[in-house]
Design a protein around this ligand. Structure first.
Ligand code: ZN
Length: 136
């Protein structure tokens, strides 16, 4: 389905009408909230996270392969100045224990398989295997 100009304007109006500033400078989404507390919007047969739509609009390049986090910790805040990109690997997904586990599984599992299993990049796996991060 192709997006028409009409769709875009309607979507934009809908989004704008559902965002209201609060005293802390947050732009609060008053529309639907998903189970995780994030602003959520159904459009073009697909659900979208509103803060992500906004971030992608302002920073299309940065938005690729990254999570968008809220610096204000308000999950349904839509203020672009309160958002920051975080690359997938920066989070505390792994622990020292997990890193030890990863080392013990190599080479019976490949770097690619380990990256998939632990949901991190192959770079992260390589760094662990080389003992550059989470040293034992
Ligand atoms: Zn905010």
């Amino acid at each position: 389905m192709t997006r028409t100009a009409k769709h875009c304007i309607e979507d934009l109006l809908y989004i704008v009408q559902n965002i209201h500033p609060n005293a802390n400078g947050c732009q609060i989404w008053t529309g639907t909230i998903n189970d995780y507390g994030f602003a959520y919007y159904y459009m073009h047969q697909k659900s979208h996270l509103v803060h992500r739509l906004i971030f992608e609009h302002f920073y299309p390049e940065k938005a690729k392969n990254s999570n968008v986090i809220h610096l204000c910790k308000v999950k349904n805040c839509c203020n672009i100045q309160h958002m920051k990109q975080r690359s997938y690997d920066c989070g505390p997904k792994l622990s020292k224990e997990k890193a030890t586990e990863i080392r013990s599984l190599y080479p019976s599992m490949s770097v690619n398989q380990l990256a998939m299993q632990y949901d991190v990049s192959t770079t992260t796996i390589n760094l662990i295997l080389k003992g550059k991060i989470w040293k034992t």
